[in-house]
Design a protein around this ligand. Structure first.
Ligand SMILES: *[C@@H]1O[C@H](CO)[C@@H](O)[C@H](O)[C@H]1NC(C)=O
Ligand SMILES: *[C@@H]1O[C@H](CO)[C@@H](O)[C@H](O)[C@H]1NC(C)=O
Ligand SMILES: *[C@@H]1O[C@H](CO)[C@@H](O)[C@H](O)[C@H]1NC(C)=O
Ligand SMILES: *[C@@H]1O[C@H](CO)[C@@H](O)[C@H](O)[C@H]1NC(C)=O
Ligand SMILES: *[C@@H]1O[C@H](CO)[C@@H](O)[C@H](O)[C@H]1NC(C)=O
Ligand SMILES: *[C@@H]1O[C@H](CO)[C@@H](O)[C@H](O)[C@H]1NC(C)=O
Ligand SMILES: *[C@@H]1O[C@H](CO)[C@@H](O)[C@H](O)[C@H]1NC(C)=O
Ligand SMILES: *[C@@H]1O[C@H](CO)[C@@H](O)[C@H](O)[C@H]1NC(C)=O
Ligand SMILES: *[C@@H]1O[C@H](CO)[C@@H](O)[C@H](O)[C@H]1NC(C)=O
Ligand SMILES: *[C@@H]1O[C@H](CO)[C@@H](O)[C@H](O)[C@H]1NC(C)=O
Ligand SMILES: *[C@@H]1O[C@H](CO)[C@@H](O)[C@H](O)[C@H]1NC(C)=O
Ligand SMILES: *[C@@H]1O[C@H](CO)[C@@H](O)[C@H](O)[C@H]1NC(C)=O
Length: 809
């Protein structure tokens, strides 16, 4: 009885508690606001909830000001940056209406929603709500749209668009500096200067991360998951899409961004100043004055720079590499100029001309500037700016050294001699190569290292080169007949890769392309499309660019830029060409190599170029692994997949394709191709394949760059042994016998000067040894590998890679 009673008591107590809790909840959270519960004031602590509780609306206290509020909509369950809408004073303003706690929101008898202060002054009212007095309620729908009659907050966005919201109205950044107009253009509000436009006007975004445009659409990097998402015009002037990851410390992750290079946003710096990418090239920037200019009292960012010496009629030009000024329209004139002299003369003779931009690619690009506004430095410009200064000006440009930095990734101009035809020319050419290299070293190295330290961060900018060229709408979709016409009915076969055959072609716009017909691709059209979009989004100077695709009649075709230089193996293994058998498949290694007259034409790569190739490839893989919003493994790194572009700039091909295959297929494919030597041990174990598998493959390529020996080619008597393992052999020569010369490529051994090259070569070999460690966790990340090659981190003594055999078929 007693226990029954206490149970009853307990139950009542529980019920009461629960009830009172409910009643508080009712008081604090409501699903609609109407005349019967009006007024609503900030002190009531009441929140209007959407039926699914995802969104809340109500009064928020404004930070850093006591007793000040605004009226906003926010994501209920998001701890930071949750606000998506605030009541503004006008559509052409970015300012939220801010008021104190005496104000209240009321619905009067005529069905008007009013926010008024204690004196009765109306602070805010929805624009043309057209309601009936009887049915007037304010409510928040499941999409975060606040509605009152026909009025919707979605029609009056502040700085954010939500999924399912029509992207139509102009939004301002909260600081009012920037605006996004016509769902197309990013504009600096104060001057109406545009700095970005989407390929076609945006229409709306969905919860899975697809953004529809008028003529096409694009996907966010995490496309597919249903998440809380928002498209925001940030205070730095960039337009970004964020996704909310409750499972990863409740953070918003950026999954799309309009401008990869922050400095291209106008208004970052004052007049005459140049915007530079900061340490973290994706978000921070800072401003510097060009040579001959000094900072104005208000600071470079606000007030810009002014001349040290006023211009007289006697002037000269200072060259600033990779600098572009994008002054107001009307203040810059593009003129037709066949040559540099013409451009220079034109600017010299015009007293209004303050400088000119010149592009060194024969495109006759010459821009005469009458204003020096919105200057920025970016390797993507491929332009030099010639700044007019007074002849008495003594300052020298400090923007030239950056050219050298870029050369570590991709040289601007190098010409290598063709390989020797007979012994006489051999000697001559070796002399030429060595002299060239020595000259490059002497003139370069002092110069180079002094800048290297200072401009190390700009180097990373090279990685973003060309990012702007990516159409936000994703890759172009080609029809099968278009590609058939472009490749002349697939007649010009230029390569056979693991993923399919490659044909050379020419598009109707005269672009030369490499068309790859994929084999054994699983998945439907939609999955394929999604993957291709992700691949196309990966832009890096050292990645082959994907221009389009075709998915028709069961065909899976990728259209890439054509890289004329061919693949690295043709340069590296010139005397040891693997014969191609009648099926077009490469024969298994071990045959006596037959020199192929075609490959004999490829020039010898000198140490400097090999180093640059290594660095470029390392950076591109690091980009795929770490910097891409999408985490991408290459899974098939080998010399055949490293193409050499102009000036031997390395370009990785076939990246991202591994996603279209399963692990089993990858193993079989690589075995059949006879390239097991590049596969990390975990490929044949049950261990998961991580980015460290790519690191292993890269290590192998790096060692091959130094030795000129294909890792699985058995050569010479001492290498005949079954136990011979290429990395182990190189390790012993390098660290046990300390006979570096023994592993160097015979072709350029004569060029090796231990004083000049020891450091470079040692760095390459040590890095390779770390990459080739048997255990994935012992291998460095690709980002670290790039740093090791650069020489910006110390490289510890590596352990010897132990014997690893993939075993026979
Ligand atoms: C009001 O709603 C929010 C969000 O659903 C919830 O976290 C909160 O507990 C509710 N308030 C009360 C008093 O129940
Ligand atoms: C007004 O809102 C309250 C609380 O949300 C609700 O109980 C009531 O039925 C509403 N009245 C009208 C007329 O809609
Ligand atoms: C509203 O919240 C504040 C701070 O949490 C509190 O001081 C105040 O008493 C609350 N007001 C009401 C009416 O509950
Ligand atoms: C309104 O106040 C909230 C909370 O302080 C703030 O996050 C939001 O940015 C404000 N809205 C505007 C448009 O300033
Ligand atoms: C806002 O600005 C645009 C363009 O400047 C103008 O056309 C429009 O009339 C303005 N609207 C209001 C309400 O001031
Ligand atoms: C705001 O205006 C409404 C209707 O005009 C009125 O009923 C209410 O008292 C006013 N509120 C204040 C705080 O003056
Ligand atoms: C007002 O209410 C009446 C009856 O409920 C309805 O017929 C009419 O369409 C409403 N008008 C507006 C503008 O909502
Ligand atoms: C958004 O729109 C799509 C298609 O119009 C619809 O299927 C989906 O339910 C909408 N989502 C919400 C939250 O209303
Ligand atoms: C944008 O510029 C216009 C015209 O200069 C100005 O009237 C308006 O106040 C500015 N908007 C913001 C949000 O600063
Ligand atoms: C170039 O030199 C000027 C003056 O010496 C200096 O103010 C500026 O910061 C330098 N620029 C860079 C990019 O280092
Ligand atoms: C440069 O081009 C101009 C015309 O564009 C021509 O007259 C001149 O001869 C050219 N100079 C040189 C050095 O080629
Ligand atoms: C320099 O900026 C102008 C204006 O935005 C642009 O048209 C031009 O293409 C830029 N030059 C280069 C080489 O990028």
């Amino acid at each position: 009885m007693g226990s029954r009673f206490s149970f009853f008591l307990f139950f009542t107590f529980f019920f009461l508690c629960n009830f009172s809790h409910l009643s508080i909840a009712q008081r604090l959270n409501f699903t609609s606001f109407n005349g019967s519960i009006s007024p609503w004031s900030p002190t009531q602590n009441q929140t209007l909830l959407s039926p699914n509780s995802e969104f809340s609306a109500g009064f928020l206290s404004v930070p850093n000001s006591r007793n000040q509020f605004n009226f906003s909509v926010w994501f209920t369950k998001v701890p930071s940056n949750a606000v998506v809408w605030s009541a503004k004073s006008s559509v052409n303003s970015s300012d939220a209406i801010v008021f104190d706690s005496s104000a209240s929101l009321t619905i009067n008898s005529r069905g008007q929603l009013l926010l008024n202060d204690s004196s009765g002054k109306i602070l805010w009212t929805p624009e043309n709500p057209s309601t009936n007095s009887s049915s007037a309620t304010l409510f928040l729908d499941n999409r975060g749209n606040l509605k009152f009659g026909s009025w919707e907050s979605f029609q009056f966005p502040t700085n954010t668009f939500l999924p399912n919201q029509s992207i139509q109205e102009t939004i301002f950044s909260l600081n009012g500096k920037f605006k996004f107009v016509n769902s197309l253009n990013l504009v600096l509000n104060s001057t109406s200067d545009q700095y970005y436009s989407t390929p076609s006007p945006l229409k709306s975004m969905d919860e899975a991360g697809r953004v529809d445009m008028v003529s096409s659409f694009f996907l966010t990097s995490d496309y597919g998951d249903t998440r809380l998402r928002k498209l925001v015009l940030d205070d730095d002037g960039n337009l970004r899409i964020y996704s909310f990851y409750p499972e990863e410390q409740n953070q918003w992750k950026m999954v799309w961004v309009a401008l990869q290079e922050q400095c291209k946003i106008k208004g970052k710096c004052g007049a005459n100043a140049i915007c530079m990418p900061g340490e973290d090239s994706y978000s921070s920037t800072y401003c510097v004055c060009p040579s001959g200019f000094i900072e104005n009292p208000g600071g470079v960012q606000q007030s810009g720079c002014s001349r040290r010496t006023q211009l007289t009629t006697n002037t000269k030009f200072l060259r600033l590499d990779y600098v572009n000024f994008t002054s107001n329209t009307g203040q810059m004139t593009q003129i037709e100029a066949r040559n540099f002299t013409f451009c220079e003369a034109r600017c010299s003779s015009d007293p209004e001309c303050l400088g000119f931009g010149f592009k060194y690619d024969g495109s006759a690009y010459c821009v005469v500037l009458k204003q020096l506004l919105f200057g920025y430095w970016s390797p993507g410009t491929e332009t030099a700016l010639f700044l007019k200064v007074d002849r008495s000006e003594t300052a020298t440009s400090n923007f030239t050294g950056m050219t050298e930095i870029l050369q570590t990734t991709c040289p601007v101009q190098i010409s290598l001699p063709l390989p020797p035809k007979d012994s006489n020319t051999t000697t001559r050419n070796i002399v030429i190569i060595c002299t060239l290299f020595a000259a490059e070293l002497i003139s370069g190295i002092a110069f180079f290292w002094s800048f290297l330290k200072r401009y190390i961060k700009y180097r990373d900018m090279a990685t973003t080169l060309g990012l702007e060229l990516l159409p936000a709408g994703g890759p172009k979709r080609f029809s099968y007949s278009e590609l058939k016409a472009a490749t002349n009915d697939f007649s010009n076969l230029i390569g056979k890769g693991g993923f399919g055959d490659v044909y050379k072609g020419e598009l109707s716009d005269h672009r030369i392309v490499a068309v790859k017909c994929l084999k054994n691709v699983t998945g439907g059209d939609r999955e394929f499309w999604a993957e291709v979009t992700i691949i196309a989004r990966m832009h890096h100077l050292n990645l082959v660019r994907l221009w389009g695709f075709c998915a028709e009649k069961g065909q899976r075709i990728l259209v890439y830029e054509y890289i004329p230089g061919g693949s690295l193996d043709k340069y590296l293994f010139r005397r040891r060409v693997v014969p191609v058998n009648s099926n077009g498949e490469e024969a298994t290694p071990g045959h006596d190599p037959v020199p192929d007259p075609n490959t004999m034409q490829k020039p010898i790569l000198d140490w400097n170029v090999r180093y640059r190739i290594a660095l470029g490839v390392a950076r591109a893989i690091a980009y795929l692994h770490e910097e891409c919003l999408e985490w991408v493994l290459h899974c098939d790194i080998k010399p055949e997949n490293i193409l050499l572009g102009d000036d031997f700039c390395p370009k990785i091909s076939d990246f991202g394709l591994a996603k279209l295959r399963k692990k089993q297929d990858m193993v079989t494919m690589s075995r059949r191709r006879g390239t097991p030597g590049y596969m990390a041990p975990e490929w044949i174990t049950t261990e998961p394949i991580t980015s460290k598998a790519d690191v292993y493959s890269f290590g192998m390529v790096l060692l091959e760059l130094v030795t000129g020996i294909r890792n699985f080619e058995i050569q010479g008597s001492e290498m005949k042994s079954e136990e011979w393992y290429f990395p182990g052999w190189a390790y012993d020569k390098m660290f046990k016998e300390t006979r570096v010369e023994d592993i160097l490529d015979n072709e350029i051994k004569y060029c090796y000067d231990s004083r000049a090259h020891f450091d470079l070569v040692t760095r390459m070999v040590k890095t390779a040894m770390w990459c080739l460690q048997d255990r994935p966790e012992l291998r460095p990340t690709m980002g670290k590998v790039a740093k090791m090659l650069e020489g910006t981190v110390e490289i510890m003594e590596p352990k010897k890679p132990t014997v690893f055999f993939l075993g026979g078929e």
